[in-house]
Structure formats: C-alpha cells, structure tokens
Ligand binder design. Structure first.
Ligand SMILES: Cc1cc2nc3c(=O)[nH]c(=O)nc-3n(C[C@H](O)[C@H](O)[C@H](O)COP(=O)(O)OP(=O)(O)OC[C@H]3O[C@@H](n4cnc5c(N)ncnc54)[C@H](O)[C@@H]3O)c2cc1C
Ligand code: SF4
Length: 482
C-alpha cells in the first residue's frame, strides 16, 4: 500500500469551506461545510506519522489519530471510520465542536511553521461518510445479559455510557427531564456549531440498538432515586451542571437581564419549532436591541453569535481578562469578530442602569495583577476608569455550578465535593451509594463534550465489572443454596 503521509511540506493546511460572515449570520446553519473526498485525503496525508503522536496524547479519548489519518489518505474510509469510532461514541460531534486548537490540533508537531493537520474536519468527514454509506450500526451485543442499568441524563456522558454498556449486552434505560435526547448538545450549543439533526441521528441509532429512553422524566420529581435503585442493578448519574453563577451588582434585578442558558435554550427551541412564549414576547429575543454579554467562555461566545443572528443592533462582550487569558476557544472569538461582535477586553460591569428594564451597563477597566494560587493573574479594577455602554438586553454567562443533587434526588447520603459535584471513587467511579456511579460534568464540573464521552466510557467499563461481579456472586449464592 502506498504510504501517503508527510505531505505537509507540499500541501498547505486547508479547512472545509467556511461560509462568509455576511451570509452565515442570516441563518443558524453550521458555518463550515464538509471536505470533498480528494481534499480530505490530501489533508489527512499531511500527517507526519511522528513517533510520539502528541495529538493522540492530548485528545481526551486518546483517539488513534495517525492511523485514521493514514487510512483516509489511502482512501480506506470505512477502515478509518472503524478506527475512529472504536474510541469515540460521537466522532461527528467532536469533529465539529471540540476546541481542537487546545487539544489534538494544538499539539500537532508539524504546527511549527507548517500549520497543524485539520484533524477535527477529517474526523467529521470520515463519520459523515460513514453515516451516508450505512456503516454506522446500532449497538448489537453478541449476547443478551440479564442485568439492567438505569442512566440518568441523556447528554454526551450518559449516551456514551449507554452505548458502551449496551454493546456488552446489558439492558439499558435512559431517563432525562428534557423532551429530547442530547443534553447541552441540543439545548445549549447553537445550530451554527452543531445542527440538531446530527444529535437526533445518534439518538435514532441508539434507540435502534434497543436502548430505551424515558424523556420528560425528572429524577427526584417523577421518580425517586430509591425507586430507580430498586428497578435497576446499577445506576449512572450523568446530569450535568445547570446552576448559573450569579452576579451581584446594583441593578442586577432589572428587567431584560437574563441568564445565558435561558437565552440559548429559547433560541434552540425556537429553531426546533417549539412554542417559546418568552421568545415571542421579545424577552429572550435580541432583535433590534443593544446586547451586552458578560463572560469569556464558550457559552458567552454562543450568546454573542446567537444575538448577531437574531438581528441585534449591536453586540458587545465584556470580559474582565484579556484575549490571551479567556477560557473560550480562540477560534470562536475569531468567528464572533468576523460576525461583527465587539470584544471589550479587560472590563467588568459595576452596575446595570435603568428604571424597570436595563438601558445601560456601567463598567470599569481592569488590569491583570499578580497570579493567585491557581497561577492565573487576578484582574483588578483601574481607579476612575468607568464607562457606559448602551444595553437593552444583558446576558450573564459566568459559568455553571452543580445543582444540589442530593436534595433534588431526596438522597442526602449521596456525597458531594466542596464544589457540589458528585464525589466518586476515581478507580471505580462509584459514588458513596452502592451501585450508583457518576460521570461527566456532574463529577468534573463544567467541561467539554469530549471529556463527557471519555467519562461515560470509563464509567461504563467500571459498571460492567461491577455487574459481572454481582452476577458471579448471585450465581455462587444460588449454587450454595442448592
Ligand atoms: C452554551 C454551551 C456551549 C458549549 N459549547 C461547547 C463546545 O463548543 N464544545 C465542547 O466540547 N463543549 C461545549 N460545552 C460543554 C458541553 O456541552 C458539556 O461539557 C457536556 O454537554 C457535558 O455532558 P454531560 O453529559 O455531562 O451533561 P449534559 O450535556 O448537561 O447532559 C445532562 C443531561 O441530564 C439531564 N438531567 C439533569 N438533571 C436531571 C434529572 N434530575 N432527571 C433527569 N434528567 C436530568 C439534563 O436534562 C441533560 O439532558 C458547552 C456548554 C454550554 C452550556
Ligand atoms: S475527539 Fe476532539 S480532541 Fe480528539 S481527535 Fe477528535 S477533535 Fe481532536
């Protein structure tokens, strides 16, 4: 077989076609197209097949990237898909929305002077080809087992665990309080990063593999944790983190100051064709408004770019650190700037001004002082640096904390960490309750889809071992009783 690698010296880095800002801000569709076959092969062939693949090391799933790049370069796409999907339950999602600049691509060693291999786009190409070609199959176990597993939360962590455990033969039931499967993939992340049909397609594949979904079912309200423990041999809690971090400053109670996830959920639901009275009334619609988003993470980036698409008069993002020190992906900032968002770096709000509803934000400039114990420079206000920005919709995007899961589940004995995340034994991924495991953001704190998938897979492995042990024990007990 011809070795088609090391082409980076002659083939330049290329991304799939990115729609021009003026065109893409008129709708909510994804901004990137897909590689055609020849381009995917050429781009995959830029990989240097280096001895120590740092891309793989820095991918949380340790995807075997050099192998699937080489297979793609050789035109062996079905085999590339087999390799890519062996370690990742949603390569079509990760290829689209992983912050590759911080993970695999950011650690590609040809980066120095040659620009990294476009790993995410090739991953997306491989998986989309697999879906079109019918290579993506529902999980079908070699044999059915008697054990039953309940999974609370149909986000990336819960879905990855569900698929892995189903492949082993366990009977799987997934419970979610939302009416659709996908968690934040559906109600947090906007279409221009990830279209909802991509998530719905995964749901169909899993359902076709006999994974049962109970939607509109909130654990703690509709069913208690104790009842679920009775019903299943093991449980996984993968409920994510949803408590928006508050701001406290004068005027925060004024009208038209909204939390980021409420705003994004309304927009996503509208896109899905749901009735959204708070959007229709204008409360969660940025059209014709001066919008100020406070925060510098991925959620803030999604809010500013959503506001642009809704037809806001102006969109500004206030962030207390500078560009280099923001938590969001640099690529997202670039997309937002192209779309007309103004970033007001090193600035923080001190008050929201207005009578009933907000009409302006008063902010002050910051500078970065000495680093604290986490190693990050602490932003400090500059005396006398106040300024005002017009604002008739303010969106706060300061991150998320866990809800009080033990209280919500009516299970005070469920141990939490000092951050409110679920405490687990990191070797077994079991919580303080026997047979109850946990994974994803509810353990890690607000993180990334790829980490959710990784945690879901790890938890599935541990749960399988636990269930095997339990089954062996009951067999022994049955034999002893004979
Ligand atoms: C706006 C936004 C943009 C983001 N952008 C990116 C990005 O570009 N790239 C990236 O990698 N990551 C991104 N993330 C982070 C990513 O979405 C999360 O890290 C990931 O979804 C976590 O997966 P999870 O399965 O742990 O939780 P979730 O996706 O939150 O899923 C948890 C599920 O549990 C359900 N649930 C909660 N409580 C209950 C209950 N009591 N009973 C029943 N069901 C319950 C919820 O309804 C939900 O469906 C973004 C996050 C946000 C908020
Ligand atoms: S899963 Fe994410 S980090 Fe891993 S190879 Fe794919 S895009 Fe890169």
């Amino acid at each position: 077989m011809v070795q088609k690698s090391l082409q980076f010296v002659s083939v330049e880095k290329a991304m799939p076609v990115k729609r021009q800002a003026a065109e893409r801000t008129r709708d909510f569709r994804e901004i990137f197209g897909e590689f055609e076959r020849a381009r995917a092969e050429a781009q995959a062939g830029r990989c240097s097949q280096c001895g120590i693949p740092f891309c793989q090391i820095h991918c949380p799933l340790h995807n075997n990237i050099p192998d699937w790049l080489q297979l793609t370069a050789q035109g062996r796409i079905e085999e590339a898909y087999e390799v890519a999907s062996a370690t990742n339950n949603m390569p079509e999602v990760c290829g689209r929305i992983c912050p590759q600049d911080r993970l695999c691509e950011g650690n590609c060693v040809i980066e120095k002077g040659f620009d990294s291999v476009t790993i995410g786009s090739v991953e997306k190409y491989i998986t989309e080809t697999a879906f079109r070609s019918g290579w993506v199959k529902p999980p079908k176990p070699p044999r059915e087992l008697a054990s039953s597993v309940g999974i609370i939360g149909a986000g990336p962590a819960g879905l990855a665990a569900a698929e892995q455990l189903r492949r082993r033969g366990h009977r799987i039931e997934v419970y979610d309080r939302y009416d659709r499967v996908g968690g934040l993939l559906v109600y947090g992340i906007p279409n221009f990063k990830l279209e909802k049909t991509v998530v719905a397609r995964r749901h169909e594949i899993l359902a076709a593999g006999d994974i049962r979904f109970h939607l509109n079912t909130e654990i703690g309200r509709d069913i208690g944790l104790a009842d679920l423990r009775e019903r299943h041999d093991a449980l996984l809690v993968a409920t994510g983190v949803y408590k928006a971090r508050d701001m406290s400053c004068p005027g925060i109670g004024l009208g038209n100051i909204v939390a980021a996830l409420d705003y994004l959920t309304a927009s996503n639901r509208k896109g899905l064709g749901d009735a959204v009275p708070a959007f229709d009334s204008g409360a969660l619609d940025a059209e014709g408004k001066h919008v100020v988003v406070v925060g510098g993470g991925d959620t803030a980036m999604d809010c500013v770019r959503t506001a642009v698409r809704q037809g806001a008069k102006s969109v500004r993002c206030l962030y207390r650190r500078d560009r280099k020190n923001m938590p969001g992906s640099q690529r997202e900032v670039q997309h937002a700037e192209e779309e007309g968002v103004e970033f007001v770096w090193l600035s923080a709000p001190v008050a929201f001004l207005g009578d009933a509803a907000v009409r302006a934000v008063r902010a002050h400039r910051m500078h970065l002082g000495v680093a604290d114990s986490t190693g990050r420079q602490v932003p400090q206000p500059l005396e006398g640096s106040h300024f005002e920005l017009p604002c008739d919709l303010a969106i706060t995007a300061l991150g998320f904390d866990p809800e009080d899961v033990p209280a919500l589940f009516g299970a005070p004995e469920l141990a939490v960490t000092r951050w409110g995340t679920l405490a687990i034994d990191f070797r077994t991924m079991m919580t303080s309750l026997e047979g109850v495991f946990a994974a994803g953001d509810i353990v890690r704190g607000a993180s990334l889809v790829v980490w959710g998938i990784r945690d879901g897979r790890d938890a599935a492995e541990q749960m399988h071992l636990y269930l095997k042990g339990k089954a062996a024990l009951s067999e022994e007990q049955a034999e002893a009783a004979e």
